[in-house]
Ligand binder design. Structure first.
Ligand code: GLN
Length: 380
């Protein structure tokens, strides 16, 4: 393997999902729903295939999807964007993140991330040769330590890569935090890459796109996808929204990474994004009741559960069960209890910082969540 990837192992999600299968454990690890996406979206995909939409799509997206993305973004953030010049469709948000980083970051540029962070960030920043700087969000509130963030910004800082609602903690960046980040970026001419794939799973407060703050659109790439909102994580349809001068970089990288994204699935994604508001309300309601089942369940097992405002994840402190660290705890949980969680230490530059925390997901049917809680109550 190339030096730039030497330090990375098999992703924790792949590791944990294969252990789940091996041990017949209930998988509350990798974030994928164990229920299917809506029929009208599946039907739209089948129809698109039948209609013969099966050759390469336009590189930056099927026109109908670019428009649907722009339309949805207007509804969500209030921003009017040009679907032809400011929206790029990619193969999942993970590709959008990679295209953004590879298209806009030069070797040696400093990029600031917030730990714990989604594992692809560090790997992709390494591929780009970025110099990674990290601020840690700490329990119980995972608030942004603004002074520490300020002290990391230098003349070499090119971008801040952020994620709200935040995987794995469920933290949502508050208006005040976003304002502070925005001023810092404007003063120091720093870009923001904002991963918002869980924006529709916001329970305790409204999601805010940092691009919508004054002076921010021109320096922000907003990243999103279909997978979480429509319970179709295997479709891998994502997108990047950015002003033309940033879109140019994203598209150049995207052109030579994947060139284009699955054509029929893009037609179906466009149909999905035109779902009525009631679809989004129901999604949030459903997930809120799943969240309550898991959170109450985990509390009754005895975990310290940190408040999660968004995403379909919740982070707990496992230390009272006496295991050495998060990895040891998760191994015990799989082998002796029959439940899979994700150890969070892989989401930190310094793994020590995550050793007390593990992540559970509640994107599973209620019966599965209840069984997992019962197993833990019985055997932990
Ligand atoms: N985003 C999902 C999670 O955090 C799954 C990611 C993956 O499997 N690579 O669990």
């Amino acid at each position: 393997v190339a030096k730039r990837l030497e330090k990375f192992k098999t992703t924790i999600f792949t590791q944990m999902s294969s252990l789940a299968i091996k041990h017949g454990a209930i998988n509350l690890g990798q974030g994928f729903p164990n229920f299917d996406g809506p029929d009208f979206v599946k039907e739209a995909a089948i129809q698109a295939i039948r209609d013969g939409n099966n050759q390469y799509a336009r590189g930056y997206g099927v026109p109908d999807l670019n428009s649907a993305v722009a339309h949805r973004f207007k509804k969500d953030s209030g921003l009017t964007v040009d679907p032809e010049k400011e929206v790029t469709v990619t193969s999942g948000c993970t590709e959008a993140i990679a295209a953004t980083i590879l298209g806009l970051i030069n070797p040696g540029d400093e990029v600031i991330v917030f730990a714990p962070f989604y594992d692809s960030y560090e790997a992709t920043l390494s591929m780009a040769g970025a110099n990674i700087k990290c601020v840690t969000l700490k329990p119980p509130n995972f608030a942004v330590p603004i002074d520490e963030l300020k002290s990391l910004v230098s003349k070499n800082t090119r971008a801040i890569l952020m994620n709200t609602p935040h995987n794995p903690t469920g933290k949502m960046f508050t208006r005040q935090e976003l304002d502070e980040i925005a001023s810092l970026c404007i003063e120091n001419d720093v870009l923001v890459f904002s991963d918002e794939v869980y924006d529709k799973l916001a329970f305790e407060m409204d999601h805010i796109s940092i691009a919508s703050l004054p002076g921010m659109y021109e320096r922000t790439v907003t990243l999103n996808s279909l997978g979480k909102t429509f319970s179709l994580t295997g479709w891998k349809i994502g997108w990047a929204i950015a002003p033309p001068h940033l879109t140019w970089g994203v598209r150049q990288a995207h052109s030579y990474l994947t060139f284009a994204t699955s054509t029929p699935m893009q037609y179906a994604a466009a149909a999905a994004l035109r779902a009525p508001d009631s679809y989004y309300e129901e999604l949030r309601r459903d997930y809120n009741s799943k969240k309550n089942i898991l959170v109450e369940g985990l509390k009754s097992v005895g975990f310290t559960v940190y408040p999660s405002s968004g995403t379909y994840f919740v982070v707990v402190d496992h230390t009272k069960f006496g295991m050495e660290n998060d990895v040891a705890f998760c191994e015990y949980l799989i082998k002796e209890v029959g439940v899979v969680a994700i150890p969070t230490s892989v989401f930190y530059l310094n793994p020590e910082e995550g050793k007390n925390l593990v992540r559970f997901t509640f994107c599973k049917d209620e019966g599965t969540l209840i069984s997992a809680v019962e197993r833990m109550k019985e055997k932990l």
